[in-house]
Ligand binder design. Structure first.
Ligand SMILES: CC(C)(COP(=O)(O)OP(=O)(O)OC[C@H]1O[C@@H](n2cnc3c(N)ncnc32)[C@H](O)[C@@H]1OP(=O)(O)O)[C@@H](O)C(=O)NCCC(=O)NCCS
Length: 136
């Protein structure tokens, strides 16, 4: 069985928001033809910032990648869907859980979870110092 037909497809989450869709290109590959982990991390950082930025309504900075798991390889041409939800709002920080699902090019409509991560963003002022997250 080829790697595009392995039976671990899942349903997309219904309790999280779709914050980004993107298709990796050949320039994002390593020498083995798989997508660089660093490229995936950059996309997750962008996707993870969407809900904290909306909540803070101002400038934010990534302070921590609390957890990052690469569950399956990402391939050129995969349609990646990034889902996020806020898991914690602190005094100056917002923590989000991000899950990434791939539709293989040849198997669209079937989703494989490829990555999950938890990241923390901090609300910052004009001087780049932490400031309180506004009330919801
Ligand atoms: C983000 C930054 C402004 C925070 O400043 P700081 O003085 O370290 O902040 P604090 O120690 O007061 O922590 C601020 C918040 O971050 C949280 N935090 C800090 N380190 C954390 C970690 N490792 N994991 C989770 N949360 C963390 C704190 O708990 C606090 O949240 P709270 O107020 O909701 O309780 C500063 O560290 C910074 O500028 N970092 C660089 C950011 C950046 O450039 N990011 C892009 C990566 S290249």
């Amino acid at each position: 069985m080829s790697d595009v037909a392995r039976p671990f497809t899942v349903a997309l989450p219904t309790d999280q928001e779709l914050v980004l869709k993107v298709i990796p290109m050949p320039a994002d590959c390593n020498a083995s033809g798989d997508i660089f982990g660093g490229w995936v991390m950059a996309q997750v950082d962008l996707a993870g910032a969407v809900l904290p930025a909306r909540r803070v309504k101002g400038r934010i900075a990534t302070v921590a990648v609390n957890e990052f798991i690469f569950k399956q390889a990402v391939k050129v041409g995969d349609i990646l869907s990034f889902f996020a939800r806020i898991v914690k709002v602190g005094r100056t920080s917002v923590t989000v859980q991000v899950e990434v699902f791939a539709e293989r090019f040849a198997l669209q409509g079937q989703y494989i979870k490829v990555t999950e991560a938890r990241l923390t963003y901090v609300a910052i002022d004009k001087q780049g110092k932490p400031c309180p997250v506004p009330e919801a």
